[in-house]
Design a protein around this ligand. Structure first.
Ligand SMILES: [Zn+2]
Length: 330
């Protein structure tokens, strides 16, 4: 579900939204019950004192940002306008080093990478011992995808920091941009791989020691060929300490039609999909069409079709507009 604002917010304002100065303005200006403060969204009190910084001096260089998005889309294994950038392939490695880390460096961020290639670009605040405010997304792209998925949350974040720097802003807390490794499950069948490790996924760290792709290349060998996981099989170094971040926000394109159809330029995500999938095998008997009559037929395809329709019926009957059940790969 997305809550909608009655007017649009630009990227830097989205940042400021988290820094604590905008929410009170929003509630005063409009009594629409769908408009909520950060405190309402998070359930936590917003304790940051208002920052003296004046936000109307901010301006995003949209032209340069668009050019960067276009250029990053050329790091692809399929021709434009499609983008295919699979984890740890040559194009992925080049996009990371020649483009993202380069732009982070240009923005004056200190860059570090962990053992699976999560990339962090940090702008130290004037109280650097405080937990940082982070933002970021991914740049891996499923086969024949578009150029904005994930990319907007990384390049947009770099431009947001550039805009803040141009305006003379100095953050109290450090601001950090994170490029998450392998949000897409394309190569190893594991989605949100980097972020799940950052969150301390011990079972995942263990499983990755024996994970292979469809070519039987192990995750660790692939990571090493991309310059990560150097001599180590133990990926626990990726786990973040509790309290590393005080807040996180991700800018992402809408991957459905709702905002576009309603002409709304930005929404705030209050819940995120938690996909679960089940693989079901159907076995039947082949039978010559016209010769094996209906009472004797046992068609696997039709049984699968009945399951597909049952899934749809069940989801519709749940009455929830947020629940999605689909069947694919007959
Ligand atoms: Zn994405």
């Amino acid at each position: 579900m997305c809550l909608r604002f009655s007017y649009s917010l630009s990227l830097p304002l989205l940042f400021l939204f988290f820094l604590g100065s905008i929410p009170s303005i929003l509630t005063q200006q409009n009594e629409d019950p769908t408009i909520k403060t950060m405190q309402d969204f998070s359930g936590y009190p917003v304790v940051e004192p208002p920052h003296p910084f004046v936000s109307n001096s901010l301006s995003v260089d949209a032209q340069t940002l668009q050019k960067q998005i276009d250029e990053l889309s050329t790091f692809s294994d399929t021709p434009a306008p499609s983008v295919t950038r699979i984890l740890y392939t040559e194009k992925d490695v080049l996009a990371r080093s020649r483009f993202i880390k380069y732009l982070m460096g240009l923005a004056g961020l200190s860059v570090r990478e962990d053992a699976v290639g999560n990339i962090f670009g940090r702008w130290d605040g004037y109280e650097p011992e405080l937990a940082a405010v982070a933002t970021g997304s991914h740049i891996d792209a499923i086969p024949y995808s578009g150029k904005y998925d994930g990319v907007v949350g990384v390049l947009g974040a770099i431009e947001a920091i550039n805009a803040l720097k141009r305006s003379g802003f100095k953050p109290r807390r450090s601001l950090e941009i994170i490029l998450f490794t392998s949000e897409e499950p394309t190569r190893f069948g594991i989605g949100c791989l980097g972020s799940r490790l950052l969150a301390g996924g011990e079972a995942l760290a263990k499983a990755l020691k024996t994970t292979v792709d469809s070519q039987n290349i192990s995750f660790l060998d692939a990571a090493r060929s991309a310059g990560y996981a150097k001599d180590q099989d133990d990926l626990s170094s990726v786990f973040l300490k509790k309290g590393s971040y005080s807040a996180f926000v991700e800018l992402h394109i809408e991957q459905g039609p709702i905002l576009e159809e309603e002409g709304v330029s930005i929404g705030i995500v209050t819940a995120i999909a938690a996909p679960a999938s089940i693989k079901v095998d159907f076995e039947g008997n082949g039978g010559h069409a016209g010769a094996v009559l209906m009472p004797s037929r046992n068609d696997a395809g039709l049984a699968a079709a009945e399951l597909a329709l049952s899934v749809e019926k069940h989801v519709l009957e749940s009455g929830s507009i947020d629940t999605v059940g689909t069947v694919e790969g007959f």
